[in-house]
Ligand binder design. Structure first.
Ligand SMILES: C[S@@+](CC[C@H](N)C(=O)[O-])C[C@H]1O[C@@H](n2cnc3c(N)ncnc32)[C@H](O)[C@@H]1O
Length: 324
């Protein structure tokens, strides 16, 4: 029986650690070459495939990020044990192993809390682009790899277009759009630090800051102002959090309630035939898009979820393509 801090751990924990480590090693063998060929450094190795092993394991170019889907009965020793087993199997040193507790639902707010203060970022590749990633300080690392194929779709449509990226985070969608020849991009986020991070990503990829603007603003404030100014776009990406609880500005957002209002405000800024990509991670999302003044609404989740994220228990995201 494994011991941690002199407390004996249940036998089944040790068995789970072994199972997880074997699976991750096998999966790495299966995926590594094909992702390396495409210069993709970030991909998922384990996606809660075994019901009782409530974990995700992500490869970040030689770093391992191991997350546990937390619940009330979670035991503190479980995640470190899983992490150590996986790191040993993959021969990854302890300083490159990052453990994250993932809370679901309304506790989503915890996702954005800091867990360390290193401010260290590493440069990782996704195709011919590069992104600054911080696996140390937050649960989210700066790059959501589940949307790498959606980013590619945006790039393929971006040539000559004015692109709007709302809730842009580190602006990886905007980097793809700019590389795809967008005439302009506007990226909006309410977090000052992620806007600064987005700027670093632009610099890293040689993206012109004049035609690719970063706006530090609340989405609805930005939308109201853009409407007043008569701003128009041809392509939009809207990927909001499920909940956003800013009491300060009375701007609480719940995607279930607020997505029709959000999407209709975005559609007002779009030119005829424009495309809007809308995505959510909400597990019980119910779309209400029938009244949008658009010509087509298609759910394209099947096309946007990459093969390393095909978990049946938990859909990493859902995505729609809306044509004005
Ligand atoms: C799920 S992430 C978006 C991921 C991003 N689309 C990407 O592909 O990397 C959510 C982002 O929304 C931002 N956010 C939350 N509430 C906001 C609001 N009211 N207005 C603008 N940004 C907001 C957060 O700061 C965070 O960066």
């Amino acid at each position: 029986m494994e011991r941690m801090n002199d407390t004996p751990l249940p036998e089944h924990f040790t068995q789970q650690a072994e199972m997880l480590a074997n699976r991750v090693k096998k999966r790495f063998k299966h995926l590594y070459k094909r992702f390396a060929r495409q210069q993709i450094d970030v991909f998922r190795l384990y996606d809660w495939d075994i019901p009782e092993i409530r974990a995700v394991v992500d490869w970040y170019g030689g770093h391992l990020v191991v997350g546990e889907y937390m619940r009330r009965q979670s035991t503190p020793a479980w995640l470190p044990l899983m992490g150590r087993a996986v790191a040993d199997a993959m021969e990854v040193p302890a300083e490159r192993l990052h453990l994250k507790q993932r809370w679901a639902g309304r506790q989503d707010g915890k996702r954005y809390e800091r867990i360390d203060y290193t401010d260290k970022k590493i440069v990782l590749r996704e195709r011919d682009l590069r992104f600054l990633v911080n696996p140390y300080d937050y649960v989210d690392t700066g790059l959501f790899a589940d949307h790498r194929d959606t980013r590619q779709m945006v790039r393929e449509m971006a040539a000559g277009k004015d692109v709007l990226n709302l809730y842009c985070y580190t602006a990886s969608f905007s980097c793809y759009a700019a590389k795809g020849g967008a005439r302009s991009t506007v990226s909006v986020d309410r977090s000052k630090s992620t806007i600064a991070w987005a700027g670093e990503n632009f610099k890293l990829n040689g993206i012109d800051p004049e035609s690719n603007r970063l706006v530090h603003a609340h989405t609805f404030d930005f939308l109201a102002k853009a409407r007043r100014k008569g701003r128009q776009f041809d392509l939009a990406v809207v990927d909001p959090p499920s909940y956003s609880t800013t009491k300060v500005r009375n701007a609480a957002f719940d995607i279930l309630v607020d997505h029709p209002r959000l999407l209709s405000m975005v559609v007002e800024l779009l030119r005829p035939q424009a495309t809007l990509f809308f995505s959510t991670n909400h597990q019980d999302f119910i779309p209400r898009m029938e009244t949008l003044p658009v010509t087509r609404v298609e759910e394209i989740t099947e096309q946007t979820i990459p093969e390393d994220y095909r978990n049946k228990r938990k859909t990493i995201h859902r995505c729609w393509r809306i044509t004005v």
